[in-house]
Design a protein around this ligand. Structure first.
Ligand code: FES
Ligand code: FES
Length: 165
């Protein structure tokens, strides 16, 4: 008999209890057990960033994280990024505005990484954006547009923050 465990996660603000094998990754838990297929499986070995999600606000590679390691924690995926009325997050809007994707496969991971990169204060220049987004690969080579989108979103979010202070 296979061992199973119950893992409690808050996914995009909603409490979930998953009855899964302890070896199930957070990526497979999201995609296969919860049907949240926005988070992509690229390499499954921590090398492409396609699976980037946030756990308690910090970016993690869901393919290298066991679901059980996130027990009791808050997970945000691309599906949870838009506002309550469906309004796009400024990073999502900037990716659209700047055509920052081609096939789109890397895009959810790029966007989740970009949100965290801006929040970490690592989006002050194009060089910094490139450095702190370097774990997110794009096989289509959309990097110049991605950097432009992140820079624009960072400026907008900084202005919003200053206006609120
Ligand atoms: S699928 Fe996780 S880093 Fe590639
Ligand atoms: S848009 Fe195709 S892999 Fe990035």
């Amino acid at each position: 008999m296979t061992d199973r465990t119950t893992v409690h996660l808050e996914i995009n603000g909603r409490a979930e209890a998953l009855d899964i094998e302890p070896r199930v990754t957070l990526l497979d838990a999201l995609r296969e057990h919860l049907g949240l297929t926005g988070t992509k499986k690229g390499c499954a070995h921590g090398q492409c960033g396609a699976c980037t999600v946030h756990v308690d606000g910090e970016r993690v590679l869901a393919c290298l994280t066991l679901a059980a390691q996130a027990e009791g924690r808050a997970v945000t995926t691309i599906e949870g990024l838009a506002g309550p009325n469906g309004e796009l997050h400024p990073v999502q809007a900037a990716f659209l505005e700047y055509d920052a994707f081609q096939c789109g496969y890397c895009t959810p991971g790029q966007i989740m990484s970009a949100v965290a990169c801006i929040r970490e204060g690592h989006a002050g220049s194009d060089e910094e954006i490139r450095e702190y987004m370097s774990g997110n690969l794009c096989r289509c080579g959309a990097y110049p547009h991605i950097v432009a989108a992140v820079r624009q979103a960072a400026e907008e979010l900084t202005a919003q923050k200053q206006a609120a202070e």
